[in-house]
Design a protein around this ligand. Structure first.
Ligand SMILES: [Zn+2]
Length: 161
């Protein structure tokens, strides 16, 4: 019998709201008066997915592979970083089983944009949309997301070889 290895990984990321930047979540531009602060496009959703995938493969984290001190990553679309992460885990003979994300945001309401985000991430990763789950919740006005200071994203990924 073939020896199949299944591994799970978790990723978490948060970015602070700032004026004068577009809000990009899951590669989709969301209409809002503020965006997220960061070296790249600050796509907190994709960053959490990258860390979940790297974590599942025990390949360190996003900051190690894509340092925020490198000019080449300034304002970069995080979809490009996700694609590079996919190549990296493929190089280690892993395939993605499924990804599950929870976005924690008091404002804006991101739920209407979830189908587009799932579509975008599944096309970046070359996976059927059923393998990408994205959910959204609030913290009932508690904590930094509740005070609308920023957005948190948490992701779990299963990989196998
Ligand atoms: Zn980030």
């Amino acid at each position: 019998m073939k020896n199949i290895k299944i591994r799970v990984g978790h990723g978490i990321d948060a970015h602070r709201f700032v004026k004068g930047r577009p809000l990009i979540l899951g590669g989709i531009e969301i209409p809002f008066e503020k965006g997220l602060k960061g070296h790249s496009d600050a796509d907190v959703v994709i960053h959490s997915i990258i860390d979940a995938l790297l974590g599942a493969a025990a390949l360190d984290d996003i900051g190690t592979h894509f340092p925020n001190t490198e000019p080449q990553y300034q304002n970069i679309s995080s979809g490009i970083l996700l694609k590079k992460t996919l190549s990296l885990i493929r190089k280690h003979s892993y395939h993605i089983g499924n990804i599950d994300v929870t976005i924690i945001s008091q404002e804006p309401k991101v739920r209407p944009f979830i189908p587009q985000m799932r579509q975008n991430i599944s096309s970046i990763l070359g996976l059927p949309i059923e393998k990408i789950s994205i959910k959204a919740t609030t913290t009932e006005k508690m904590g930094f997301t509740g005070r609308k200071e920023g957005i948190l994203s948490s992701a779990t990924a299963l990989i196998r070889k």
